[in-house]
Design a binder for this molecule. Structure first.
Ligand code: CUA
Length: 354
């Protein structure tokens, strides 16, 4: 009996040490992205816009309430374990058993009900605040369509179509300028998540979801698809570029222009239009009107290629045109089996799409 108790204690101690080590490893692994970098992709604790700010406040309140409960329960448990532990000379009989105490049962029924009630009130207020937000005058309306594995971004009122990099104005001195997003999907379920701007909202086929963001600080905010959507789900990154009001208006003017017609890339233009590139891509102002792939009208204004996988450099662009599968396995753009010369020409042409 005594031996067995000893063995159990050792196993228990080992288990606690293992748990402690695991918690340390997890905490260390999360510490850096969560608290270290201002622009950290997973940094839900440093919101820089509404509604992320409001969500953080609510979750901190919930965390605090839960922490108090945890400390009280774990404290009582520890107290009991230590104070009433087995001592040499105990006779090993059962302690007095308490049944049907109205006071105790009332306390542990009423207290949790009150706590849950407060949590429900706070959470519902936050949800209502966020969902019922009415777009004020001059709100930017956008439509985001999730594709395997990239984001189509439309500005219906402005006649702009782009991909993967959502440009929005900041709410600054010129008053509130929130951006409303209509979320749709072209294939499977995706989820739009830029942690420092807002919570996650799913993009579901045959359904339209709504969300809004109202950043106040210009800068680039990173996010990613947050719903498993196939092979390249992890490389379906979003960039939200927040501009000051004036800068945003300049961006709009640039994007509204048709594709530039540079004369130094005629060979490449011919190669582009002779191949099946035009079946999938649109270049506004030309006969290329394909809808399956990203709009290329102002391709060179984008920072990244392939939904955030590689920086948009001439070298990466060339590698992409040569064989997209080498950069993003399984993506829907096939290797077009172009000759080296065609690859050079088409890359040169694409670089004129500023
Ligand atoms: Cu799209 Cu995951």
């Amino acid at each position: 009996m005594r031996r067995q108790l000893f063995g159990n204690q050792r196993a228990l101690r080992g288990f606690f040490l293992l748990m402690l080590a695991l918690i340390c490893i997890i905490a260390l692994g999360h510490g850096e992205p969560v608290f270290g970098i201002d622009g950290g992709v997973t940094n839900i604790f440093k919101p820089l816009a509404q509604p992320a700010q409001e969500i953080k406040e609510t979750s901190f309140l919930v965390l605090a309430v839960c922490a108090v409960i945890f400390v009280v329960v774990a404290g009582l448990l520890l107290y009991g374990l230590i104070r009433f532990r087995h001592r040499a000379g105990d006779d090993g009989s059962e302690p007095p058993q308490v049944y049907g105490s109205n006071q105790i049962e009332l306390a542990w029924t009423v207290l949790p009900v009150l706590i849950v009630f407060v949590l429900i009130l706070v959470t519902s207020r936050t949800i209502a605040d966020i969902q019922d937000r009415k777009p004020p005058q001059g709100t930017l309306q956008t439509t985001i369509v999730g594709h395997q594995w990239w984001w189509e971004i439309r500005y219906p009122g402005l006649n702009i179509v782009t991909a993967n990099e959502l440009h929005v104005p900041a709410s600054d001195g010129r008053g509130p300028r929130p951006t409303f997003l209509k979320l749709q999907s072209a294939d499977v379920a995706h989820s739009f998540w830029v942690p420092q701007l807002a919570g996650k909202t799913d993009l579901i086929p045959n359904r339209e979801n709504l969300m809004w963001i109202e950043p106040t600080k210009p800068g680039t905010y990173l996010g990613n698809c947050a719903e498993y959507c196939g092979t390249q789900h992890a490389r379906m990154l979003i960039r939200v570029v927040v501009h000051s009001s004036d800068e945003f208006d300049r961006w709009v003017t640039e994007q509204q222009k048709n594709a530039s017609v540079a004369t130094n890339a005629d060979e490449g233009r011919k190669a582009f239009f002779a191949n099946s590139c035009v079946n999938c891509h649109t270049i506004r102002g030309t006969s290329a009107q394909g809808k399956f792939g990203p709009d290329l009208t102002h391709l060179m204004s984008r920072e990244m290629l392939a939904a955030g996988v590689v920086p948009n450099t001439p070298d990466n662009l060339r590698r992409w045109v040569r064989d997209p599968q080498k950069i993003k396995v399984g993506c829907l753009m096939p290797n077009m089996q172009l000759t080296d010369q065609e690859v050079d020409h088409i890359t040169a042409y694409l670089q004129t799409l500023k």
